[in-house]
Design a protein around this ligand. Structure first.
Ligand code: PLP
Length: 459
């Protein structure tokens, strides 16, 4: 395939016509966008021929790595057989059914709760909108329509639609468009590094952070609370990993008040944390599980909700018609690609590799970066990781936000051939799950060079 591109021409057309997501349009126009033209395994190339190690798997999604023939041919075969049909009006299609059965088989039963049903969308954001619709419908059908409030967490990310951005706890998003919408409220995130108190252990902090949920339920009125939504590990918020004591206490609280638990696993499912679904790792029992991204390794858009028996039974037995759905719910090509993706992940045992092999290896190599003079903390969970850039390692003093040290580090990463993401001064990664030990070493060496270059700039 010809990948030679006239960079200046593409940048000019980009500037003229393309409004990018989460982008300062004017600022991008002055710099010109980086044009990515091809990708293979864990690397992407830009139009100038630079090879870049993609430690973010695109946007946390390319779990099986780039350029997998199996996924491309599954799409081709399905497009030639049945390129599209909808699942409205009592129709279905073979890949959508097979994928639903496959996902139900992969989702482990916990505490007598199983997942036998799937509701499809095309993205994580849409899936969380579907969650809001399903949660409200569930409580309406049970004769408790006053249960409307969904509790989420500050700095969470649950998507960019009106409901998704409202469920999320990003202040920058709430500041635009009068968000959150009514009946969504937030508690503080379980971020020990920032919110732990002097002398408090991480286990004590985990309990205290979970109890913010109980306080919020009581403040709101227990009979008004419908659900609690959370990411197993907060991804876009900066790879925020809750202490081990957090989830059991959250489970105790949601059980005590009978509210639904939504596990937003758009990033964390499909091997990212070493399991098909992340709730298995932490041992909690969600009623609804949001998925997207890794289900197709990002090769084609697909998302959905695993609907646990508690909710599914009420929607099915008492619900009548559910007035909600999308043109692309159960898209046959997307579902065929997802099936090929999951088959490949099974064949290559990617969740098991993360759990027993490359996850522990990444943990060892990444935490070594904690010795770097710029790094105040370096931690991993499965195959995602974050480190904090600090001004003073001994006192953990942070840089002034206006210095933009994270963004400075990120630009060194690009220059040196590495994609890392900056969330404030937290530098984060979530690499493809096919990485070898040698590639992990290569990535760590690159990160070190980027940290050195950032440090040199600051001196
Ligand atoms: N939920 C979580 C946890 C996410 O990380 C994301 C995207 O990063 C979303 C929802 C939204 O997914 P999408 O961008 O596919 O709408």
């Amino acid at each position: 395939m010809n990948t030679v591109v006239d960079t200046a021409l593409i940048q000019a057309l980009d500037r003229e016509h393309f409004l990018h997501p989460f982008t300062d349009f004017k600022d991008l126009a002055t710099r010109g966008a980086r044009v990515i033209t091809k990708a293979e395994n864990i690397y992407v190339w830009d139009s100038e021929g630079h090879k870049i190690l993609d430690a973010m798997s695109g946007l946390w999604c390319v779990n099986v790595g780039y350029g997998r023939e199996e996924l491309a041919s599954a799409a081709y075969r399905q497009m030639m057989l049945l390129s599209y049909y909808n699942s409205f009006f009592q129709t279905t299609n073979v890949p959508a059914v097979q994928l639903a059965a496959k996902l139900a088989a992969l989702a482990p039963e916990v505490g007598g709760r199983s997942f036998r049903h799937v509701f499809y969308s095309s993205s994580g954001s849409e899936s969380n909108d579907s969650n809001v619709r399903m949660v409200r419908r569930y409580w309406d059908l049970l004769g408790q329509p006053q249960r409307k409030v969904i509790i989420s967490r500050n700095n969470a990310y649950h998507g960019s639609t009106m409901a998704g951005a409202s469920l999320g706890g990003m202040s920058g998003m709430h500041a635009q468009g009068d968000l959150p919408i009514p009946n969504i409220t937030h508690i503080e995130q379980p971020y020990f590094y920032e919110l732990g108190q002097p002398g408090e252990s991480s286990a004590e902090f985990g309990l205290r952070a979970a109890r913010w949920l109980e306080e919020k339920i009581i403040e709101t009125g227990p009979d008004k609370v419908a659900a609690f939504i959370a990411e197993p590990v907060q991804g876009a918020g900066g790879v925020i990993i809750a202490p081990d004591s957090y989830w059991p206490e959250i489970q105790r609280i949601v059980d005590k008040y009978g509210i639904l638990l939504i596990s937003d696993e758009v990033i964390c499912a499909f091997g990212r944390l070493g399991y098909w679904f992340a709730y298995e790792k932490f041992g909690y029992r969600p009623d609804l599980v949001t998925f997207a991204k890794g289900v197709t390794s990002g090769y084609i858009p697909l998302g959905g909700v695993m609907v646990g028996d508690r909710v599914a039974t009420v929607l099915i037995e008492q619900g009548g018609e559910f007035n909600h759905g999308y043109t692309y719910s159960g898209h046959p090509v997307a579902c065929a690609v997802a099936l090929a993706n999951l088959e490949l992940m099974e064949k290559e045992n990617l969740p098991g590799r993360v759990r027993d092999d490359i996850g522990p290896y990444l943990a060892r190599r990444f935490t070594e970066l904690g010795e770097h003079p710029l790094v105040g903390l370096a931690e991993t969970c499965g195959f995602m990781a974050g480190l904090v850039l600090v001004r003073n390692k001994a006192t953990q003093e942070a840089f002034k936000p206006e210095l933009g040290v994270g963004m400075l580090c990120r630009s060194h990463c690009f220059r040196l051939g590495l994609i890392m993401r900056a969330v404030g001064d937290r530098m984060i990664i979530a690499p493809p799950l096919v990485m070898t030990h040698d590639q992990i070493d290569e990535m760590i060496a690159l990160i070190r060079r980027c940290l050195d270059a950032t440090l040199a700039d600051l001196q």
